[in-house]
Design a protein around this ligand. Structure first.
Ligand SMILES: [Zn+2]
Ligand SMILES: [Zn+2]
Length: 269
């Protein structure tokens, strides 16, 4: 993807995926210097506003789903760069929390209070569960929301020192299985003997197995990994208790949680 950065002597900078021949500064009217091949240093001068714009452009960059490498150049990053490496760059330079970047959303169990339409065209009736992006007010149907959130869940898996080592099979987006009911989820945990990296999605909860054949589930809600749970131990208290336990997880508040530490994936890449 061709992205142009535009710098003005007054200190303003702009981002565009349309390469203008010439452009003038909106602030001072001066001529902008166009940079189609920016350096790392120039990128680090960008402010949140431009980073948010770049993030939107980056979300259109294609990547190989088998190894998460980008398949076209994006700014300074060449094809095959692991796209989570680029995520981390954004996380480092953006002053807000990573959770506030467009694309991070939270689940609304009882809808958002009105009828809405997802980008895919599906109508979301009043009271229907959906994903909501507070930052830009966008509403997504359950299927689209999960597809977008999958990126974050993959990132959290790669950040985990055990899950990222899964090789039989490797940890990929195919590792995730959507489970429709609590009963079905309990059955999966009861059966056990899951391979490392096996993951279950129930509503906006994600459980990823951290131990081959074992029972240590990295538990994520929306964007936030917040616990490691051994479900065999929970199931010992009976089905009702387990059902209640999972319902409590759905109610668990993650809002006060701080931005995660990204040092782990940095060493991984
Ligand atoms: Zn200017
Ligand atoms: Zn949709």
């Amino acid at each position: 993807m061709r992205v142009g950065l535009y710098f003005c002597l007054c200190g303003e900078s702009y981002v565009s995926d349309t390469p203008f021949q010439s452009a003038s500064c909106l602030k001072c009217g001066g001529d902008l210097k166009i940079e189609l091949d920016p350096t790392m240093k120039q990128l680090s001068l960008l402010e949140d506003r431009q980073l948010e714009h770049l993030w939107k452009l980056f979300s259109k960059v294609t990547f190989d789903k088998n190894d998460e490498g980008i398949t076209e150049r994006f700014l300074i990053w060449l094809p095959t760069t692991n796209r989570f490496f680029i995520w981390l760059w954004f996380a480092k330079h953006y002053s807000g929390t990573f959770a506030n970047l467009p694309g991070k959303m939270s689940w609304q169990e009882h809808g958002t209070g009105g009828e809405a339409e997802c980008e895919c065209g599906q109508l979301i009736a009043t009271g229907t569960s959906c994903f909501f992006n507070h930052k830009n007010g966008k509403i997504f149907c359950e299927a689209c929301g999960k597809r977008i959130m999958m990126d974050l869940w993959l990132l959290e898996g790669y950040r985990n020192p055990w899950i990222r080592c899964a090789d039989d099979p490797p940890f990929t987006r195919d590792s995730f299985l959507v489970v429709k009911t609590i009963t079905e989820l309990m059955e999966k945990f009861r059966q056990g003997n899951c391979s490392l990296g096996q993951a279950f999605i129930y509503k906006n909860l994600v459980f990823i197995n951290q131990k081959d054949g074992g029972d240590e589930w990295l538990t994520i809600k929306d964007w936030c990994p917040f616990d490691s749970i051994s479900f065999k131990a929970v199931l010992k208290h009976g089905d009702n208790y387990t059902r209640q336990f999972i319902k409590e997880l759905l109610r668990y508040q993650i809002h006060y949680r701080k931005t995660p530490d990204y040092s782990i994936i940095e060493s991984f890449i």
